[in-house]
Design a protein around this ligand. Sequence first.
Ligand SMILES: [Zn+2]
Length: 467
Amino acid sequence: MQLEFWGAAREVTGSMHLLRVGRKSLLIDCGLAQGRRKHAFERNRNLPFDASTIDAVILTHAHIDHSGNLPTLARGGFRGRIFTTSATEDLCNYMLVDSAHIQKSDVRYVNRRRKKEGKRPFEPLYQIGDVRKALSRFRAIDYHSWFTPVEGVRALFLDAGHILGSASVILEVTEAGRTRRIAFSGDIGRKGLPILKDPEVPHGADFVVMESTYGDRLHEPASAAKGYLRECASSTAEKGGVLLIPSFALGRTQEVVYRLNQLWEEGALPPIDVYVDSPLAVNVTEVFGRHPECWDKEMIETTRNDRDGDALGFRRLRYVQSVEESKSLNAKPGPMIIISASGMCEGGRVLHHLSNNLDKPSTAVLFVGFQAANTLGRKILEGRSPVPILGTMVEVNARVERADSYSAHADRNELIAWAESARETGNIQKYFLVHGEPESAESLATALRERGTAEVLVPERGQAFEL
Ligand SMILES: [Zn+2]
């Protein structure tokens, strides 16, 4: 078999790995590359292979950097099946449609400039029709149930504990009478994350492709997250202001809501109204309710003991869908908590809330996710003022906080433990580290080399390996 790395190689986005077995081609993930707009756009548009030659796709989870370029694949003539878990399929129904809307508004912005320069306008990367084509290829498979994506390959999904529906996958490849196993970690979650089960480790692998996002960093324990929230909610309640939590619609939003619900149930939440203001988050949260097979024991018990039977809702919390209701929040007197996307403040309704509230000393902004360089979130976090929002400069007089304990990715120690457990049950010849900036991938590679005999590689984009 031959393994080719076409994304998330010495970087964290655009996950896409190609496994060739005999005459069959199997793609593992087909994510959007993100980063500098022009570069990302070119790369996402030009797949490095003919889409019609791909026989099947295995999708590890619904995050856009893993699933977001499936519509481009479908548009390019892919006619095979996309195998994934049932929860991932349901999430992609919303995530990919949302992504098509983002592609459209992104290109509109670029074209405004091109028009001024007298240049020909760009087409969006893909349209809703391409999303529909991709979604029609999905086939849901249960965790722990072997299936055959292409001739010569059996596959098994394990729970990766990263987001709802996330999976690691074991591929058992038989060629010329010889059978070997290659495991793809997908994104690896953390033990003790609320709602989700702990990550499972693939067994019996000969080769492992694993993520390394936080290969050089440690996280605060996930349990510390509740304390930050209580503290920020209390001081906002005292000041009568607004606590703004910029958060991505999938994963982090539900985690924050779950913690708030816990505080509410314990009677530890001060009297304050809570709004989740993101239509995508509303839809995604509804998908969480439909997939109890993905819940951990704590989530099942919390739901059972919850006063209103809902671990992602309570009397003072409202999910806001309509634009009118979102706008009406501005006229409401505080105190209140608003959770709104996007997580790095690069778009979405959070921009309106920031623009209306950042100049007030009674406002607090709590960042619960990573803020990439050059994003508005990063500027606010670094203490810049004024900051540009929706075409105007806004003074920052708000209190700005950040909670590091929120992360859906395993940290360095958890990644090492995961790799070590995989080694105990298999006869691993090679680890390939992907989905990490060069420093974190190399740092994890060094740690793994010190511990074992297997070869540890950090592939570059376009590199191919005969296994
Ligand atoms: Zn992910």
